[in-house]
Design a protein around this ligand. Structure first.
Ligand code: ZN
Length: 508
């Protein structure tokens, strides 16, 4: 009885903390979409104010008492209540372990390093960014030490984005990806088959693209009654609550792929958030299990559905008529090849499925070396270029196309990059589990019926929020632990076919 009353008190407090976070999310969405430039300073104050109120509630003596009381009450270990308390404890510990001096310094350093990064990009001069990045690395070391870790410092940072993951496990998995994806990319380069993306470059009016991608989003199951689609330079998905999950996309007149796959990607993120159990609303479980799982959902819809032949066997006629007459004379096979051209490039966000993980490996290896002190910040550009040559066979001629291309490090996102590759691996493991459980999944996708796939994902991934750790969620859904094998087999089979690689060399 006493425990029940405490639990209700705790939920009421957690709901306030949730609301403060979601209000900040709305301010952030507005800042990135419709806010006039003049609003930026005021918006900065508003967001900092909300954040400090939220931090105070999250780390209050009252919250500490409630958590201790509920932990002492020994709630059933496998129940929702225990998971809810566990997640609140996790947030509490992270928030209290960082001294407020460090939190403030990280916030200040993020804005000054981000500004330096923008200037360095404008001047294409890494030197302008170097001292700011060096300071950021020092602060991230301090952060990791304050959070605490068992074996490696990087674990403390990785755990924020992918709870329970360790650098040792990521290194082991990435070692295998490096070996096999580098080899596959080289074989594709040597193949006499050359695919062309010309059908995507025929010039597509943005208004027609907007109408088409909105219908595509609705067709796969994105609920516009609980979301909206806007246009931004950098597409994103933002949740203001389980019934308000918004996405943005970008229209490039010269390349249809940008909007097509950018939209499917963000739709995948949004389907996850829209699918969390309504009973978890405003509780610490109303979140994704981790960024890797989140990315698995975006990549699943973008690649395993959106870049598959089955999908376009059903959807291509609609696409052709939406953009009449441009694709009238482009056969389905040529279109499918166009959206699957594998070609090493310098830019992560333009990467194909075969090379994407290699872009992530470069960043992971460099950020762990920076953090460990094995790599000096001044040597970053050269180390970056060396790895691009070794893994992708291309070398940046400027840092703009090299180590200055991503915003992440400037705003202190260390430990974040691996989740992109982990998400790719999970996307195939989950899709194959869905194939095993849904009769003729490919047939349904070919028929434009996405309900069987979506309901399997709802039941096995989405609705659980962060009740389970990423590892546990994956194991419950697929019966297996995180594994590079299925992803590598998928790449081999798909691109081996597209590029007519010899079975002997592909190991098939
Ligand atoms: Zn994503």
């Amino acid at each position: 009885m006493q425990a029940q009353r405490k639990y209700e008190e705790f939920l009421a407090e957690a709901a306030v903390i949730n609301d403060l976070g979601k209000a900040a999310a709305l301010l952030s969405w507005d800042q990135d979409t419709y806010m006039p430039e003049g609003g930026s300073q005021g918006r900065g104050h508003q967001m900092a104010t909300l954040d400090s109120i939220r931090h105070a509630r999250l780390t209050s003596a009252r919250m500490a008492d409630l958590l201790s009381a509920l932990e002492a009450a020994e709630l059933p270990a496998d129940g929702v209540e225990a998971a809810t308390v566990r997640e609140a404890r996790r947030a509490y510990e992270r928030a209290t372990r960082l001294p407020s001096r460090l939190v403030e310094e990280l916030a200040r350093q993020s804005s000054s390093a981000r500004l330096a990064w923008v200037r360095a990009r404008e001047a294409d001069d890494f030197g302008l960014f170097e001292p700011e990045l060096a300071r950021m690395v020092e602060l991230k070391r301090e952060e990791a030490d304050a959070v605490g870790f068992e074996t490696e410092r990087y674990d403390a940072l990785l755990d924020e984005y992918e709870p329970g993951a360790t650098v040792a496990e990521v290194r082991r998995i990435f070692g295998r990806l490096r070996e096999e994806q580098v080899a596959l990319l080289a074989e594709i380069g040597d193949s006499s088959v050359k695919l062309s993306d010309a059908p995507l470059l025929l010039g597509f009016p943005p208004a027609e693209q907007a109408a088409y991608v909105a219908s595509l989003a609705a067709a796969v199951g994105y609920d516009f009654g609980r979301g909206r689609l806007d246009e931004t330079i950098h597409p994103f998905a933002e949740s203001m609550g389980l019934n308000d999950v918004r996405i943005t996309t970008r229209y490039d007149h010269g390349n249809l792929a940008t909007a097509l796959f950018g939209t499917l990607h963000e739709v995948g993120h949004a389907l996850y958030e829209q699918g969390i159990d309504p009973a978890f609303s405003r509780t610490p479980l109303a979140h994704a299990a981790g960024l890797g799982v989140h990315e698995s959902q975006s990549r699943l819809w973008e690649n395993l559905v959106g870049r598959s032949l089955a999908f376009w066997q059903g959807s291509y006629p609609k696409l052709q008529s939406a953009f009449e007459p441009r694709l009238r004379d482009v056969p389905l096979a040529a279109f499918h090849q166009a959206i699957n051209v594998a070609r090493p490039s310098l830019v992560r966000i333009e990467a194909d499925e075969v090379s994407y993980n290699l872009h992530i490996l470069v960043r992971f290896e460099l950020e762990t070396a920076l953090l460990d002190g094995d790599l000096a910040v001044k040597d970053l550009p050269a180390a970056w270029n060396d790895r691009y040559r070794d893994y992708l066979g291309v070398v940046p001629t400027s840092d703009l196309q090299g180590c200055l291309q991503d915003i992440h490090w400037s705003v202190g996102l260390f430990g974040y990059f691996p989740t992109y590759a982990l998400g790719n691996l999970m996307s195939v493991q989950l899709f194959e589990a869905a194939e095993r459980h849904v009769g003729d999944l490919e047939g349904a996708i070919r028929a434009g019926d996405f309900a069987p796939l979506l309901s399997w994902l709802r039941k096995n991934v989405h609705r659980h929020g962060n009740r389970y750790s990423p590892a546990e969620l994956l194991e419950r859904a697929t019966g297996a632990r995180l594994d590079a094998g299925p992803y590598l087999d998928y790449l081999r089979a798909k691109f081996g076919g597209l590029y007519q690689l010899s079975p002997a060399r592909t190991g098939a």
